[in-house]
Ligand binder design. Structure first.
Ligand SMILES: NC(=O)c1ccc[n+]([C@@H]2O[C@H](COP(=O)([O-])OP(=O)(O)OC[C@H]3O[C@@H](n4cnc5c(N)ncnc54)[C@H](O)[C@@H]3O)[C@@H](O)[C@H]2O)c1
Length: 269
């Protein structure tokens, strides 16, 4: 497949780009910043929120699919978050419809459901993908809105869209929470490839975590698309020290983002 990877210079983007190339796919990179050293494919230094710039990329390239990772992975004002996650997704979807590109894999986030209290996970059962959105921040609100935009385009334009609610993408888990939320680099590549190649998923939401013994999220929606994670954060459990903040961070699935002191006005600085 010839795949446009947005945010290709970022921490997930660099891993996904290398991983997809190693699995025989061709990657076209897009980012606000120039290509990382060693990247040899086509590259577009472009703001994904600029629809004319995104259209020019689709006019210049033959593409089979899009992996949309570009965006600021943290809290910001509501307008900034909407531009970073929703407007960028809209610019890509418009270009996909116009150029008949029919598959998008989207980096959504666990923060779309982050204010779900852990005590509501019945008998320790992981959170399913069909629960009501419960964002913990404006970042989470923007991810929910981006998922809704994908759903609209699946229904109106017949594209296939897989929203991957990523947990904690890290080389290794470093906190108690991450024992539940970790997504290893290798599993991340497995997840993205499965989401790219699953036959006709329509609109699907999956949780982007490894096969963690203490998982808070349901892996079955991902498995239904062929995502078979192989890593488990439990292998690191003995090396992770207890911290005073662990209990508060474990109260909601969004962890630190769900804490009361992570709040700001929706508008303005
Ligand atoms: N890292 C995680 O654990 C995690 C968890 C959940 C969701 N996500 C999501 O995954 C995606 C990638 O996250 P990351 O950790 O690699 O972040 P990152 O900050 O390392 O990388 C993001 C990349 O996107 C680029 N970018 C940002 N806005 C852009 C724009 N408008 N146009 C073009 N490029 C733009 C940045 O330059 C950067 O290279 C984000 O959408 C993030 O919200 C990440």
């Amino acid at each position: 497949m010839r795949v446009l990877v947005t945010g290709a210079a970022g921490s997930i983007g660099r891993v996904v780009t290398l991983g997809l190339c190693a699995r025989g796919h061709e990657v076209v990179g897009l980012d606000l910043v120039p290509e990382p050293e060693g990247f040899t494919g086509d590259w577009h230094t472009v703001d994904c929120a600029d629809p004319d710039a995104v259209t020019a990329v689709f006019e210049a390239e033959r593409l089979d699919a899009v992996v949309h990772l570009a965006g600021h992975p943290g809290e910001a004002s509501l307008p900034t978050s909407l531009t970073s996650h929703v407007v960028t997704t809209a610019a890509l979807l418009d270009a996909m419809v116009a150029h008949r590109v029919t598959r998008i894999v989207y980096a959504s986030s666990n923060h779309a459901v982050g204010l779900t209290p852990r005590r509501e996970l019945r008998d320790g059962a992981p959170l399913t993908a069909d629960v009501r959105p419960r964002p913990d921040t404006f970042y989470g609100v923007a991810k929910v809105a981006a998922e809704a935009l994908l759903s609209l385009h699946v229904d109106k334009h017949g594209i296939d869209a897989v929203a991957c609610r990523i947990g904690s993408f890290l080389d290794e888990p470093t906190t108690r929470r991450a024992l539940s939320t970790w997504l290893s680099p290798d599993d991340c590549v497995r997840m993205v490839e499965a989401a790219l190649t699953a036959p006709a998923p329509g609109y699907a939401v999956i949780y982007g975590i490894s096969a963690n013994t203490r998982a808070w999220w349901d892996l079955e929606p991902g498995r239904a698309l062929g995502y078979e994670p192989l890593d488990d954060a439990e292998a690191f459990a003995d090396d992770i020290p207890d911290r005073p903040e662990d209990e508060d961070e474990g109260a909601h699935v969004g962890g630190p983002y769900a804490l009361r002191d992570v709040q700001r006005p929706a508008l303005g600085d």
